[in-house]
Design a protein around this ligand. Sequence first.
Ligand SMILES: Nc1nc2c(ncn2[C@@H]2O[C@H](COP(=O)(O)OP(=O)(O)OP(=O)(O)O)[C@@H](O)[C@H]2O)c(=O)[nH]1
Length: 317
Amino acid sequence: MVSPLHSNGRAQLREDKAVTSIGELAPKPDLRPELLLKLSGKLQTTLELSQLLEIFFREIQQAVLVDGLSYNHAGNNILQSQGKTSPHSVSYRLQTQQDYMGDLTFHRSTRFREHELANLEGLLTTLVYPMRNALRYHEALAAAFRDPLTGAGNRVALDKTLSRELELAKRHGQQLSVLMLDLDYFKQVNDQHGHSTGDKVLKDAADCICSCIRQTDMCFRYGGEEFLVMLSSADQSGALRIAERIRMSIAALIFNAPKGELQISASIGCATLRGDDDRDSLVQRADKALYQAKHGGRNRVISDVDMAFSELEQAAE
Ligand SMILES: Nc1nc2c(ncn2[C@@H]2O[C@H](COP(=O)(O)OP(=O)(O)OP(=O)(O)O)[C@@H](O)[C@H]2O)c(=O)[nH]1
């Protein structure tokens, strides 16, 4: 089903018009069956959402000239666009009886005429099922890279992402920092409050970390109660600031466990990319700093630079 959402220009007439099928909209589409057949065939050649939108945007130009196309699926955090935005736009919601498949907006410098809107609606019917398949593929891929308990990235995602980001940071001379974070005395949480409370604590700690970082940063579950946070474009002082914010936010969490209120803390090791680093050396320095934070009493942040200083001091003694 394709439902008009909102629009401007002449298409404004359609605002709030609830439709249950294309057939209810007047006028009827004026599209060559061969065009629809060809478009349908091309849309079935890919499961990649961006490619699907690219094909759709390119092929519909034969029937209706459009400057740009944007696609938004808030639930899946997807926002994609083709071409350019223009003053006039018309939006449609794509859905079947079972699935919501996002909102699509067409942009143009001139108003859409009624027969063009009817044609767009006709063209959109070819997109519904390929879009559903592309979304399922997208969700399956996302699930393969996500830790099911916490929603953080898993180790597979970490391996892929960190190598890529490290290469990019080096090539563009940008900063990159990582935080290695471990919840303190987590075994006691499980032992005293039960495993399901432990699971809840892990999930809330991951949410808490994500709420302290930017959208371009990423949080991965590294192991049981250990997380790695990748901070793009963050130098040492920026990374320390974020680490401290995370530490304080986790310490402020209050859990209503069956045996009463429970609070937790986290120790964090922080390392910033150096010229001679590879993925392993960067992570190892963050891990070493985390070890220091644990041995320094826990609930604290230690950076690789602090660690280097204390090693120098020890050597001088
Ligand atoms: N509930 C729950 N517990 C987990 C999960 N993964 C690992 N754990 C537990 O996390 C605990 C980690 O314990 P330790 O490695 O001794 O660390 P700790 O008690 O946090 O002590 P420090 O790190 O030294 O502060 C173990 O009891 C694991 O069973 C999980 O997915 N859910």
